[in-house]
Design a protein around this ligand. Structure first.
Ligand SMILES: Nc1ncnc2c1ncn2[C@@H]1O[C@H](COP(=O)(O)OP(=O)(O)OP(=O)(O)O)[C@@H](O)[C@H]1O
Length: 530
């Protein structure tokens, strides 16, 4: 339907959704959604886990067909039944998990699949430079993707959708993987894009960021739009209340529960690529009972490899001791049974079987442990009952434990994994981004669970891109840069900005410069031997 003549908003509304409803078996994911996004603005979509944000964005990008409702782009009713149709209508999606191939150049990645739109080779490279210059994105078509950091990769994703002619960009939690400086840069880029008339729609759980960058905010709750607000009119607290009906939590942990008993001792760990490049360079760490050791670093500096080596998923040199056992040569399963819990960074590759029901996912990785097994056989009744318990204790929003894990919203998948790993009362929890993608309410609940387990003596290795979380939960903080620990930071004295700076390799700031843990470990070891 065309807009009515004389409508004062004529030409201003880039996207209008009228009465969008989308049902999945047992769930109404979107129910009578109404949304108006003005052209040339940044519009944030917020809401608790499972509220229906991703579903709505997938409808707008042509990945799902709505059961009811109408989509208007620039005032015209549009049929968006495939991403191709959405792209033709000027809509682009910047995914959170970058869809870029590491072994190709920026040019190749941008052009991939779009050759028909703008040609290839020199012409395409020129066009990339042009787009990059127009919006101040600083993207050069030449380098290989693997040479680029996270912020730069995200800008390549943005160039990629602009190259395909998008003027409405959807970003799914774009800041989840960025350090504060990169977040500022991204927001600068987004503002530049809107100044040039583009429209940005983004999903976020970080309410302070939403308030600082958005021109308008729409709140979705239980599948429907419950409020549309201007950032100047609400506080983060009010926004949280609109979303989840609870107040903003704080990760701050005041009491210390650190003991003298070392539970995990990693010495001289190195990891190499197949071609012999060093990814982890002689790293040592110790975690004591009741201690959270946080690792801060820009993504891609070796934290993923460090975790995988400690879990026995990746070949490494050095030694790993858990309690009194040298587990250096043990497989991943044995390490889990001995008491290492693992919340993986990539929940789809390492954490869940998306096609399997929730209760089978409860068993995953813990096949030989109670309540999943009696030592010989899988005890599915007990596993089912325990899944019900986890669903209740961790507030996993699901129609039941028989639905497949892939049908849960991202945040609810994460809650299931955290619940499963905590259920086995691990001695050590290796937690990579434990609250990534979960809403403020669930985040507080996960922090509480981690704090309680720490009080009971669990040691935690925490990797997180959320610097407030790292600073708030950690007893000790190490900064990892290019595969090495480059600084030890006191979480009680550092600000997120200072920590962000340290993560980029700067070491002249008095707050984070200090003796490295490796050095202090060496000293301690010498003392012990003497
Ligand atoms: N493919 C699917 N099949 C069945 N149910 C689904 C599917 N995708 C989503 N759902 C359900 O629809 C509801 C909305 O999910 P959606 O992913 O849109 O939430 P969200 O707001 O993006 O959550 P999060 O913040 O956790 O990412 C949830 O109850 C979810 O379980």
């Amino acid at each position: 339907m065309a807009e009515s003549p004389g409508d004062p908003s004529a030409g201003r509304v880039a996207v209008e959704l009228r009465g969008i409803t989308k049902r999945f078996p047992g769930v109404v994911a979107n129910s009578d959604i109404h949304l108006r996004v003005d052209r040339g603005t940044i519009h944030a979509i917020v809401g608790e886990n499972g509220a229906g944000k991703s579903t709505l964005m997938k409808i707008l990008y042509g990945m799902y067909r709505p059961d009811e409702g109408e989509i208007l782009i620039d005032g015209k009713t549009s049929t968006l039944h495939t991403p191709q149709q959405a792209i033709a209508a000027g809509i682009g999606m910047v995914h959170q998990h970058f869809m870029l191939a590491d072994n190709l150049t920026v040019l190749e990645n941008v052009v991939l699949g779009a050759e028909k739109v703008a040609g290839i080779g020199g012409r395409a490279a020129d066009r990339i430079r042009e787009i990059s210059a127009q919006y101040g994105l600083g993207v050069d078509p030449g380098p290989l993707m693997e040479e680029l950091g996270v912020g730069a990769r995200q800008r390549v994703e943005i160039v990629k959708v602009l190259y395909r002619g998008a003027n409405i960009l959807i970003l799914d939690e774009p800041t989840a993987v960025l350090v504060p400086q990169e977040v500022d840069e991204l927001f600068g880029n987004l503002r530049q894009l809107t100044r040039d008339g583009l429209t940005i729609i983004f999903i976020s759980h970080k309410l302070h960021e939403v308030l600082s960058v958005a021109d308008a905010i729409t709140v979705i709750r239980r599948g429907t739009t419950v409020a549309s607000v201007k950032p100047g009119d609400v506080t983060a607290r009010e926004l949280a209340t609109l979303m989840v009906g609870s107040e903003l939590p704080s990760p701050e942990t005041r009491e210390s529960t650190v003991t003298d008993e070392v539970v995990l001792d990693v010495r001289d760990l190195s990891v190499y690529t197949d071609t012999g490049r060093t990814i982890i360079d002689d790293v040592s760490l110790r975690i004591r009972r009741g201690e959270v050791l946080g690792i801060a670093g820009v993504e891609g500096n070796g934290q993923a490899e460090l975790v995988e080596a400690i879990m026995g998923m990746r070949a490494s040199t050095g030694t790993v001791t858990l309690d009194d056992a040298d587990i250096t040569t043990w497989g991943t399963r044995q390490r889990r049974v001995k008491g290492i819990g693992y919340i993986p960074e990539d929940r789809h590759r390492h954490g869940l079987l998306l096609d399997a029901p929730l209760w089978e996912n409860r068993i995953l990785g813990h096949q030989t442990e109670p309540p999943n097994s009696n030592g010989f056989l899988i005890t599915s009744g007990a596993a089912r009952r325990d899944t019900e318990r986890i669903v209740a204790a961790y507030d996993v929003r699901t129609p039941g434990i028989e639905v497949s894990a892939g049908a849960l919203s991202g945040g609810n998948q994460q809650k299931l994994i955290v619940g499963r790993e905590m259920s086995h009362e691990p001695k050590v929890l290796i937690a990579a981004h434990p609250t990534r993608g979960v809403d403020v309410g669930a985040q507080a609940a996960i922090w509480d669970h981690i704090r309680a387990a720490r009080r009971a003596g669990m040691g935690v290795l925490l990797i997180s891109a959320d610097l407030d979380e790292l600073i708030g939960l950690s007893d000790t903080l190490q900064v990892i840069y290019r595969g090495r620990f480059v600084a030890t930071v006191d979480p009680a004295a550092v600000t997120p900005e200072q920590l962000g700076l340290a993560m980029t390799g700067a070491t002249d700031d008095p707050v984070h410069a200090g003796p490295s843990l490796e050095k202090s470990l060496e000293k301690k070891t010498e003392g012990e031997q003497a």
